[in-house]
Design a protein around this ligand. Structure first.
Ligand code: CMC
Length: 430
């Protein structure tokens, strides 16, 4: 057997399958010829724990070493030296922008930041305090109604690029509108003289009755959080965006489906769950051991939200950066949040406990982020919407890559376990 091949034996027949090697020496077995070579045999991998769905040049993640990089740049360096607008450009275009490119990109983001006035009317139909993620998903999908040329999968590249810029530019406006609606406050229009993140914070926390100056500590912290969430290779929501987009569904519909996938508490919805869990522990007298025991009990549905990850089995580099940032932000804002103390104690206890150590369960990105969002003034139900705001450039970059590389429609196989063929039974005889 050649070294660059895998050999498998199916029903006595040997089949050679080529190996694929990534730039970071990751190896995959290319099984695309398996079904035809074996006479119909497929692979079975629930949850895709061992399945690479695509080749991709956007984000690299090594879960054993705790490495995350976008386009080759480490998340630590990007969080320290870059900003979210630059990271958006990097994810979409593959390279960091020079000054001229950066300024042109930022200008385009401001040019498209207004949403159609009719979109305001949508909010009249939502029950007050309905979940912001439900609103976000439908508002983003609704953009396809306002930009119907986005429905043509074969439109010119410049038109497609415009849809991407529109989406990036309008997302902060829509997220801020959702917040304002949630709070019962009047909407604040985008202000083209402000930077992307500052403008978002102004639309969120500004008031028409007074000049609002957003604390630069808060703007910096939000910028960093958005960078840390910007992409994460083939996770549940990104795979969803790619899957939906593979049918040539438009960008807005594809991203809206990613928002739905992100909402789940095992994915982005965990940041809301973490804060609710910390509040519950505090309300219950701060008995952390009790909740650690509950999380370990297989008969108890309770789990430690913000703990564990499908890929990271050592530490989540994003969690390390966020933990430091939460200390910094709360310190600078002079906030003493008991939730942060409980989170730290919970982490310390869990990291010493054999249940968590043996299963390689560590705090993930969602464990500390909610504490910062709360310090900024966001209600708990808004947390996952903020995750979506950060993840947007990743979803768009992955959707673009999927289309540019002409990936076929996503359509997994299955192993059928239902009834064998049987005759129809008339209702009178059932
Ligand atoms: N608390 C208690 N036990 C856990 C936890 C947890 N948070 N996470 C995993 N386990 C146990 C799990 O019960 C299993 O135990 P056993 O081997 O005895 O059956 C073992 O650890 C392996 O877990 P798994 O569920 O098979 O792992 P997975 O890769 O399928 O799931 C996960 C990964 C993130 C869904 C899971 O760890 C989890 O539910 N965590 C809590 C939710 C959470 O914080 N999600 C955010 C993930 S990071 C943000 C993002 O990008 O989505």
């Amino acid at each position: 057997m050649a070294e660059d091949k895998a050999l498998i034996k199916v029903n006595g027949k040997e089949i050679e399958l080529p190996l694929v090697k990534g730039t970071e020496e990751e190896i995959g077995i290319d099984i695309s010829s398996l079904r035809s070579a074996s006479g119909g045999v497929v692979t079975l991998d629930p949850g895709y724990k061992n399945t690479g769905a695509t080749e991709s040049a956007i984000t690299f993640l090594d879960g054993d070493k705790g490495i995350l990089s976008y386009r080759g740049y480490s998340i630590e360096e990007l969080a320290e030296k870059s900003n979210f607008v630059e990271v958006q450009y990097l994810l979409l275009n593959g390279e960091l922008p020079n000054k001229t490119q950066y300024e042109a990109f930022e200008k385009r983001l401001t040019e498209h930041s207004l949403v159609h006035e009719d979109m305001k009317k949508f909010f009249d139909g939502y029950p007050s305090h309905s979940h912001p993620m439900g609103q976000l998903g439908s508002m983003i999908c609704a953009l396809s109604a306002f930009y119907p040329n986005s429905l043509d999968p074969n439109r010119p590249e410049s038109d497609r690029e415009k849809s991407m810029m529109r989406l990036l530019a309008k997302m902060p406006t829509i997220v801020a509108m959702i917040y304002k609606n949630y709070m019962g406050h009047p909407y604040i229009y985008p202000n083209n003289s402000l930077g992307y993140v500052e403008n978002f914070m102004n639309m969120t926390f500004g008031m028409p009755t007074q000049d609002t100056e957003i604390d630069p500590v808060i703007v910096d912290a939000m910028d960093k959080l958005l960078i840390l969430h910007a992409d994460h290779e083939q996770n549940c929501s990104t795979s969803t965006v790619r899957m939906v987009g593979s049918s040539h569904a438009n960008l807005y519909a594809s991203v809206s489906s990613g928002i739905s996938a992100l909402w789940g508490p095992l994915h982005g919805g965990a940041n809301q769950k973490v804060l609710e869990m910390l509040d519950m522990i505090i309300a219950d007298g701060g008995n952390i051991e009790k909740y650690v025991a509950k999380a370990k009990d297989k008969d108890d549905p309770f789990k430690l939200f913000g703990f564990g990850h499908r890929v990271y089995k050592n530490f989540d580099p994003r969690a390390r950066i966020i933990k430091k940032a939460s200390d910094n932000v709360l310190g600078k804002l002079g906030i003493n949040d008991p939730a942060l103390d409980v989170a730290k104690k919970l982490e310390a206890i869990a990291l010493e406990d054999d249940y968590f150590v043996s299963r390689k369960l560590y705090p993930n990105v969602d464990f500390y982020s909610g504490i910062i969002y709360k310090a900024m003034g966001f209600p708990t139900q808004m947390f996952t919407v903020l995750f979506a705001l950060g993840r947007l450039p990743g979803w768009i970059a992955q959707w673009k890559e999927m289309r540019d590389t002409k990936q076929p429609i996503g359509r997994p196989r299955q192993i059928y376990t239902g009834q064998n063929a049987r005759p129809f039974v008339e209702m009178s005889k059932r």
